[in-house]
Design a protein. Structure first.
Length: 118
């Protein structure tokens, strides 16, 4: 997928709708509203890798912990074992970097700004 992205047009802004999330490991992608967790977050970034990394680590993983789910390694982005989300995200990152774009999962280079409305 990342090959298609970088060969066609790299997006200027990537958006994730995390108003409702499925925080159950191996429980998706389909989820009923009864099972979903409402976190009311819309996140955006020029860096699609940062966006996936931050939303999975700081929204999805935290929601799963609060729900008391176990076996969270599949959604833990710091887990880079083969087949894990962290593994696939880094493969995507490497593909995008090879095309000449700056992307990262290094938290020292991630800035997050939060705006509360309402």
């Amino acid at each position: 997928m990342e090959t298609q992205i970088v060969e066609s047009r790299f997006l200027a802004l990537n958006i994730i709708d995390a108003i409702w999330v499925n925080a159950k490991p191996h429980g998706g992608p389909g989820t009923s509203y009864e099972e979903a967790v409402r976190v009311n977050i819309i996140a955006a970034s020029a860096d699609p890798i940062v966006l996936d990394y931050w939303t999975a680590k700081c929204i999805l993983l935290e929601a799963a912990k609060k729900k008391g789910y176990s076996g969270l390694s599949s959604i833990d982005l710091d887990n880079t074992a083969g087949g894990s989300f962290g593994y696939w995200l880094r493969l995507s990152m490497d593909e995008i970097k090879r095309a000449g774009y700056q992307v990262t999962v290094d938290e020292d280079y991630i800035n997050v700004y939060v705006l509360h409305i309402g």
